[in-house]
Write a protein that binds this ligand. Structure first.
Ligand code: MN
Length: 253
């Protein structure tokens, strides 16, 4: 099993280094290749770099930093950089949870999505509900068990698993749930300030609080110290609304 690792926190992020260290201890993994952004690209979503070339730098064998987004990294890895095809991509471990609407903005999830063409499910893994997780070993232990299971009982390809692990010691975990995405309220307002020259600037405000966080959602699981695994799909079509829209159009001819 060959694993491609990426993230959106950058190639020096402690969460990713913890992930790589864990993978190195699994004997059925033949090869681990890291292709990750050269700096923090959190919130990059599924963006590609079109206005400059990508310049991978191999800082050590099988470990590349790239002047691009998480999506660039995985796209480059499987469409040119590597002379072999990985079996799966694992993105993370992100510092901070990716719950509900977060997945639309997340570079962590985007990197996994970009790996959906590989042979096994792509995994995005994030930790905690704030941005300074302490218990990466909890996430690596959870993931290690899941990968062992995946090795023995493979799931179909084209599946994207969005895993969120509570930021608590492993012994305090209350289990693993398969969940759906919840929803957040609208984001908090932008924070208006002035630069030293008196010009108006804006900082992005914090994300909204959870609005739909009932039982069965990713928000709920995390709040209960339960690991959340949400299967994601690429197709954003709202199939249920197609008949309604067709009817609406036929009435407006
Ligand atoms: Mn991040």
């Amino acid at each position: 099993m060959k694993i491609l690792v990426s993230n959106d926190d950058g190639y020096q992020a402690p969460g990713m280094l913890a992930l790589v260290e864990m993978l190195q201890q699994l004997d059925f993994i033949e090869r681990i290749t890291v292709v990750a952004p050269d700096r923090d690209r959190s919130g990059a979503s599924h963006s590609l770099t079109l206005d400059q070339p990508l310049r991978p730098i191999e800082t050590q064998p099988d470990f590349y930093q790239v002047n691009g987004t998480p999506t660039d990294c995985v796209h480059l890895a499987i469409n040119g950089l590597l002379d072999f095809m990985p079996d799966m991509v694992i993105s993370g471990i992100n510092a901070g949870a990716n719950l509900g609407d977060d997945v639309l903005y997340s570079g962590t999830v985007a990197a996994a999505m970009e790996g959906r063409f590989l042979g096994l499910p792509a995994i995005a893994i994030s930790m905690g509900d704030h941005h300074t997780p302490q218990y990466y070993s909890t996430a690596t232990q959870v993931l290690s068990d899941l990968i062992k299971q995946l090795f023995q009982r493979p799931l179909p390809r084209d599946m994207i698993l969005n895993i969120n692990v509570p930021n608590v010691p492993f012994e305090q975990l209350k289990g693993i749930h398969i969940t759906r995405l919840g929803h957040r309220h609208q984001a908090e307002p932008m924070i208006k300030a002035h630069d030293p020259r008196g010009r108006t600037i804006y900082w992005l405000g914090p994300p909204g609080n959870a609005r739909d966080d009932g039982e069965g959602t990713d928000f709920y699981a995390l709040s209960q110290h339960i690991v959340s695994i949400t299967p994601l799909q690429i197709d954003l079509t709202c199939h249920a609304d197609i008949p309604l829209l067709k009817a609406w159009l036929s009435n407006h001819k």
